[in-house]
Design a binder for this molecule. Structure first.
Ligand code: FAD
Length: 376
C-alpha cells in the first residue's frame, strides 16, 4: 500500500519542502530533517519561473504567491553603459497564457514561508543535522548531530550544494569556485527617493552584471544581485557581509539608474559563486539526491530553485503507488526523467548568455513537471 511508505527528506530548503508537500499529496508519509534551528529570512529575491509556478499551483500556493510577489511585465536586458535594450523577454499576461502560469518575482523568504505552509509543522524536524546513514535490513537509519536517530524506507537528500548525502553515496568532491562573487540585498524602495526602477532588468557589463527587480506587488522592496570577478574571495555564506563602497566602485560607470540603486543601498551581503559538474548518478538503492545536492548551477538563468521544485513533482509521480521494494526503481526512473533537463539548464546557466539576445525560452518555461512523460 502506498500509504505505508515512509520517506525521510534531508534539508528543508526549497527542494526539501516542495518534495515533502508533493509526496504527501500522493499519500506518502514524510519527515523533513533540517540542520537549522529556525528558518531565517534571508534578504534576497528569487525569480519564480512559469515552470516552477505550475508545480507550486498544484501544491496550493498560487494565490498566496501572487498576493505577495511582484508581477513583472518583462525581464529586460540592457547594455551596462548605454542602457540600450539587447532583448526584452516579455512576461506578464501574454507569457502567462503561453506558458500556463505567471512569472513572479518574490522575496526568497516569502517563497520559503509559502512552501513551509504546504507541509504540516509536525513533519519538519528543525535542529536535526544529518551526520550519517546506515542500512538496517530494508530500512535506513538516519543519525543526527543532536544524538537522535530515525528510520525510513527511503531517503531523499535535498541538502544543497554541500550535500552530506551525496558524500555518503559517492564520496567527497570539492565544489568549483568560479572565481566570481555576488553581492546581493533587498531594501525598501522608499530609499530610492521617489526614483522608480524598471520591473526587472539585467544590466550586462563586459565582465560583470547586475540584476535589479522589485520583490513586492506594491513595488515597496527592491532587490539586486551582481556577479563579478574576485578570485581570491572564497567565503560562501548567505550571511557574510560585503562593503557597499567596494560594490559601488565595482559598478562605477554603469548607467545612472544602476548607480542610483547602489547609492541608495544601505547594506549588502557578499558570497563566492560555486557550482559542480553534472553528477553521473543521483541515486543508490533507496537513497536519492534532489535539487542542488545533485545539480547545483550558476544563478544566471534564475532556475536553480525551479529545478528543485520541478524535481519534487516528478519524484512524487515516480513514487506514487510504489511499495517499499519498488523505491530503488522509482528513484532510477526519477533520475532518468530529470537528468537531461537539469544538465541542459546547468550547462546553459554556466555560459551566462540566457536572454542576453533574442532567446528561445519556451523549453524552460513551457515545461510542466506534472504532465511531462516519465522515463520508461
Ligand atoms: P538549499 O536551498 O541549499 O537547501 C538545502 C537545505 O538543506 C538547507 O536548508 C540546509 O540548511 C539543509 N542542510 C544541509 N546540510 C544538512 C544536513 N547535514 N542535515 C540537515 N539539513 C541540512 N533559483 C531560482 O529558481 N530563481 C532565482 O531567481 C534564483 N536566484 C539565485 C540567486 C543566487 C545568487 C543564487 C546563489 C542562487 C539562486 N537560485 C535561484 C538558486 C536557488 O537558490 C537554489 O537552486 C535552491 O535554493 C536549491 O534548493 P535546494 O533545496 O536544493 O537547496
Amino acid at each position: 500500500m502506498a500509504g505505508s511508505l515512509r520517506i525521510a527528506i534531508v534539508g528543508a530548503g526549497m527542494g526539501g519542502l516542495a518534495t515533502a508537500a508533493a509526496l504527501r499529496r500522493v499519500g506518502i508519509e514524510v519527515a523533513v530533517y533540517e540542520q537549522a534551528t529556525q528558518f531565517a529570512r534571508i534578504g534576497a529575491g528569487i525569480q519564480i519561473g512559469c515552470n516552477a509556478m505550475k508545480v507550486l499551483r498544484e501544491l496550493g500556493l498560487e494565490r498566496r504567491l501572487r498576493a505577495q510577489s511582484f508581477y513583472p511585465r518583462s525581464w529586460n536586458n540592457r547594455d551596462w553603459r548605454t542602457g540600450e535594450i539587447k532583448f526584452d523577454m516579455i512576461f506578464g499576461e501574454s507569457a502567462e497564457r503561453k506558458f500556463g502560469a505567471p512569472y513572479l518575482l518574490a522575496h526568497r523568504g516569502d517563497l520559503h514561508a509559502a512552501l513551509a505552509t504546504a507541509v504540516p509543522e509536525e513533519c519538519v524536524k528543525l535542529g536535526h543535522k544529518l551526520v550519517g546513514l546506515d542500512e538496517v535490513g530494508d530500512s535506513i537509519r538516519l543519525r543526527f548531530a543532536n544524538g537522535a536517530t530515525a528510520l525510513a524506507d527511503a531517503v531523499v537528500g535535498a541538502d544543497g550544494v554541500h550535500s552530506l548525502v551525496r558524500e555518503i553515496l559517492f564520496g567527497t568532491s570539492p565544489v568549483n569556485f568560479t572565481g566570481r562573487i555576488a553581492y546581493r540585498t533587498t531594501y525598501p524602495a522608499a530609499l530610492l527617493g521617489g526614483e522608480r526602477i524598471d520591473d526587472c532588468t539585467k544590466w550586462w557589463g563586459e565582465d560583470r552584471h547586475i540584476v535589479i527587480y522589485y520583490v513586492k506587488p506594491d513595488r515597496s522592496e527592491v532587490y539586486f544581485v551582481t556577479s563579478q570577478p574576485e578570485p581570491e574571495f572564497r567565503i560562501e555564506s548567505w550571511s557574510a557581509k560585503g562593503d557597499v563602497r567596494q560594490l559601488r566602485a565595482a559598478f562605477k560607470g554603469f548607467d545612472p539608474r544602476v548607480e542610483n540603486v547602489l547609492a541608495a543601498c544601505p547594506d549588502v551581503h557578499k558570497w563566492a559563486i560555486v557550482d559542480r559538474d553534472a553528477l553521473p548518478r543521483w541515486a543508490e538503492r533507496n537513497v536519492t539526491l534532489l535539487g542542488d545536492a545533485c545539480h547545483p548551477m550558476m544563478p544566471y538563468m534564475a532556475q536553480g530553485a525551479a529545478m528543485a521544485i520541478e524535481d519534487a513533482a516528478v519524484l512524487s509521480r515516480c513514487l506514487e503507488g510504489v511499495e517499499p521494494d519498488g523505491v530503488a526503481n522509482a528513484f532510477r526512473r526519477f533520475e532518468a526523467s530529470r537528468r537531461d533537463r537539469t544538465s541542459r539548464v546547468q550547462e546553459t546557466s554556466r555560459t551566462n548568455t540566457w536572454l542576453k539576445e533574442k532567446t528561445d525560452a519556451d523549453w524552460v518555461y513551457a515545461y510542466d513537471a506534472w504532465t511531462v512523460p516519465l522515463a520508461g
